[in-house]
Design a protein around this ligand. Structure first.
Ligand SMILES: [Zn+2]
Length: 343
């Protein structure tokens, strides 16, 4: 089910020519027939900037609709990059989960699906599954590398970081680490999404693409510091891959320690409904067993706060943004030193 078919069999069409040189701005259109629009289409924005020979790099934003640093960065590249400065081909898709982007929500309001849990998609499925299938089956076979630019969205604030997707392919892992370190984000983190293989980056790795992810703050807004990290980082990776001239980053980047989210122990979940009071800021060092914060039931004076604890040693990597939490919500995420690819 999770294998990526070799050819695309869906109904999407596009007004860009992937084999043409220069800059093209257009759409991938997928026939979509909801109430009020019998013969319409869902339009997913796409740009192709091609010049000469070189690798093909796909850059995705808007995988979730409430994460903004990536889409802004991709839009700037699509409009402003001089095609003559490109060696190879950029396929730029700033708003792939376009219905969620329009609604500024994490999941699609059309079919309720999380775009990053449906890969490699289904060309005959619902609209979210069809968009994923187009990228996985039509775009990925043309590509050498994939950048998936996320932020924390409306429910999390995450340290600006470049992300390594784990893969069993040792040679690809090495290339991924080099490309992610070239991004030169303040933090480099291995994130396995608890082993979930239905993500865009897991699918890109299975397709053999050099894969780079990001988490660029969040809180449902645009963070000035993270936006600068994102703009610079994407250009750094494109230089590393040989698509843009010049400023390949210095070798010192490789000295930065790699962190990881070590399975379930990385996450502190709310055991009750309430308001979460964090005890630490992002980036602070914490250890397993240490109190992470308290959850207050501010509507009931007879119920005292409940203390929650970290289950891992590391730094506070992500924190819930709205204070109000419900049972099972993620309150804090801890990133620990990376144990290596064999784990
Ligand atoms: Zn996301």
């Amino acid at each position: 089910m999770l294998n990526v078919p070799q050819s695309y069999t869906g109904n999407a069409f596009t007004n860009v020519d992937f084999d043409k040189q220069g800059r093209q701005l257009g759409f991938v259109s997928i026939p979509h027939s909801p109430n009020g629009d019998a013969w319409g289409v869902t339009q997913v924005p796409i740009a192709v900037i091609a010049n000469g020979t070189g690798p093909t790099v796909v850059i995705e934003g808007g995988n979730h609709g409430d994460e903004y640093e990536g889409p802004i960065t991709i839009g700037e590249l699509a409009r402003d990059l001089d095609p003559g400065a490109v060696q190879g081909r950029l396929i730029l898709m700033p708003a792939n989960n376009v219905h969620a982007v329009l609604a500024a929500t994490r999941t699609s309001p059309v079919d309720g699906l999380n775009f990053n849990r449906v890969w490699p998609g289904d060309p005959m499925g619902s609209i979210t599954e069809q968009i994923a299938a187009y990228v996985a089956h039509r775009i990925f076979p043309m590509a050498d590398a994939f950048l998936d630019l996320h932020s924390g969205g409306s429910s999390l604030d995450i340290l600006a970081s470049a992300i390594i997707e784990p893969t069993d392919d040792a040679a690809l892992h090495e290339k991924n680490v080099a490309a992610v370190q070239a991004f030169d984000a303040p933090y480099t983190v291995v994130i396995a999404n608890m082993g979930d293989q239905r993500t865009a980056t897991a699918t890109a790795c299975r397709a053999g693409l050099i894969t780079v992810g990001t988490e660029m703050r969040g809180r449902g807004t645009v963070s000035l510091d993270a936006l600068e990290v994102c703009r610079r980082g994407v250009r750094n990776v494109l230089a590393h891959l040989g698509v843009l001239e010049g400023a390949a980053t210095s070798a010192s980047r490789a000295d930065r320690p790699i962190l990881e989210l070590g399975g379930a122990a990385a996450y502190v979940y709310a055991p009750i409904d309430g308001v979460f009071e964090p005890f630490h800021d992002l980036g602070e060092h914490v250890s397993a067993g240490q109190p992470a914060g308290r959850i207050h039931r501010i509507w009931d004076l007879t119920a005292g706060p409940v203390t929650v604890h970290y289950a891992a040693d590391g730094i506070v990597y992500g924190q819930r943004h709205p204070g109000r939490v419900a049972l099972g919500n993620c309150c804090v995420v801890v990133a620990s030193p990376y144990g290596g690819p064999s784990r």
